[in-house]
Ligand binder design. Sequence first.
Ligand code: SF4
Ligand code: ZN
Length: 342
Amino acid sequence: MENLNNAEKDRDDIRCDICNSNAVIYLPYAKRSLCKKHFIFSLERRVKRTIREYNFLNGVKHLGIAVSGGKDSLTALYVLNKIVKPAKIKLTAILVDEGIAGYRDKTIKDAKKLCSALRVPLKIYTFKEEIGYTLDEIMKGKKDEAKIKEIKKKGIKNTKGEKKREPSCTYCGVFRRWILNKAAKELKIDKIVIGHNLDDVVQSYLMNVFRNEPFRLARFGPTSGLFEEEGFVPRIRPLFKIPEKEIALYSILNNIKTTFVECPYVNESFRHYVRNFINDLESRYPGTKFNILNNFILTKTLLEEKFKREYGGKEKVIPTCKKCGEPASAILCKKCELLSNL
Ligand code: SF4
Ligand code: ZN
């Protein structure tokens, strides 16, 4: 008991390096402890710095924020709302409901609450309406009879005699990106904020490395895409230098309420394993995440130069999908290709 009291006393004794009041966090990479007020100030200042460094808001009149209702995206909404309000930039939150029972329905409620408190319009797009199926239906393989016959005729089967299915996260990611881009164009949005933090970006980088996808790697980053691509609304990541732990603390300190629920398909996700692997490394070798991020920025710059040289020129008009008219790298976009195999 005495030990516990001492531990608590020690914690209370940690003081903010700026104002000497009780600290709420120690930032090992900056070697400083900060109180609530100075931590909030520091996080927002770092986000503003990233926005300036990458010219994220240049020429932007209408900014979209992709929200899922989870902690990260709602924090992105909260911070961006605070930062862009004085700049009189219009803000719209976009939520894509994949149709995952017991998961997305819960997080939508949190998104609605925060959007209404901040008076930011929220537009909800569903897989069901935009794609024709919920993700649950796709994973259960529910189809109308005509479609099943057609599939059987084509003989698309796996070894168990069932229809071939990609991992859930493949459908989820591809369809979500497609809907987000289409929605942003409909809403006349100039750029879309993705609430990815340091942990997310480091995971995506290593996933691209492990899968040996250099072109994807070059297109991914603070801003998506290699070129200004016609028909493609740029996605920006102003929180990409902020560790997930700090996003969580910021959301608690600012009373951003989120329900913790895990996607039922999370165990199918490659990201899930990569996340655990990186977290394990970080706890054994502190600083690993920032080291990976710095390596990513360097590698991305080199790869960007390589692909820009290969394609020649700064801008490239990418072809559009024969079926849906959205940007595509082949005759059909990835969404139409996946859909045609359902
Ligand atoms: Fe979608 Fe996979 Fe994330 Fe679930 S874990 S929300 S299926 S990407
Ligand atoms: Zn298409």
